[in-house]
Ligand binder design. Sequence first.
Ligand code: ASN
Ligand code: ZN
Length: 322
Amino acid sequence: AARATLAVVREYRPGRTRLRLSIDADGALVAETAPGPDRAISDAENRERLPGRLVRREDDPATSDTAVDEAFDGLGATYDLLWDAFARDGLSGRGDELPATVHYGVDYDNAFWNGERMVFGDGDGEVFTGFTRSLSVIAHELAHGVIDAEGGLDYRGQSGALNESFADVIGALAEQHLRGQTAAEASWLIGEGIFTAAVQGRALRSLAAPGTAYDDDVLGRDPQPAHMRDFVVTDDDNGGVHINSGIPNRAFHLVALTLGGFAWERAGRIWYRTLAARELPTDADFAAFATATVRTAVREYGGQSEEARAVRAAWAEVGVDS
Ligand code: ASN
Ligand code: ZN
């Protein structure tokens, strides 16, 4: 059964094992050991060379560099989501290092997973501020590593959009988990706070309402579809992986909202177990993924469960057969 940790009284960490003393929902003191993250943050010093200079390791104190400390804290929060919600010990699940590089390039307007590490630009200051300012962005990039470790989803077309969408789901869940927000309370935005004040927009993407995150003179309008009828056929961006992800993103949001409570507990579990079951082909399309999420929900909760019904209804609502 899920236990809501109301307060972590003390955390003591010899090596990577943390002893957590917390107070549970009934007011009882709970002592448990759990693994902790092993973060390693490097500084590219505004060059486009990786990994850069190692500047903060797990047991090091905070630096005077905001980007370094934001990356460190964001990886920690993402680690905590993966452990608390899915009992996953980091990127591969085997407790390996969480490597990230900050200050990549000059005025670099992006963040990415390069197959080995997370990389964050500082933004150009005109459209984007620093990419480490948003936990959902940090968790999104880490999630690309988790997807790769679970066999991967080819980064093109519908499987690429599923890869993007899964990364957005983890991005949203990491923020909700840190803030203790229920599905109904959450913003469901990816990249809140990384636009400058000059941009007309709330964030990069919205899982709740794809296509509404920004509408700006320079950037244009958020191009994400919210239903299969508006699927965008394009050769750009590996076949619109950051665009068509709006469709599975909204399906996830619908499941989470229908079930209520903390989204990582049931909706998140169903999505995560679908990936971690490794039954998906790497070129899975939306329908294959939808069918797999229904199968997971049936396996975990039963064929007539509210979870299974919520998953079927959500895919139907975005126009995807399951
Ligand atoms: N921010 C993008 C992402 O993580 C970067 C990219 O497309 N390579 O999906
Ligand atoms: Zn991505």
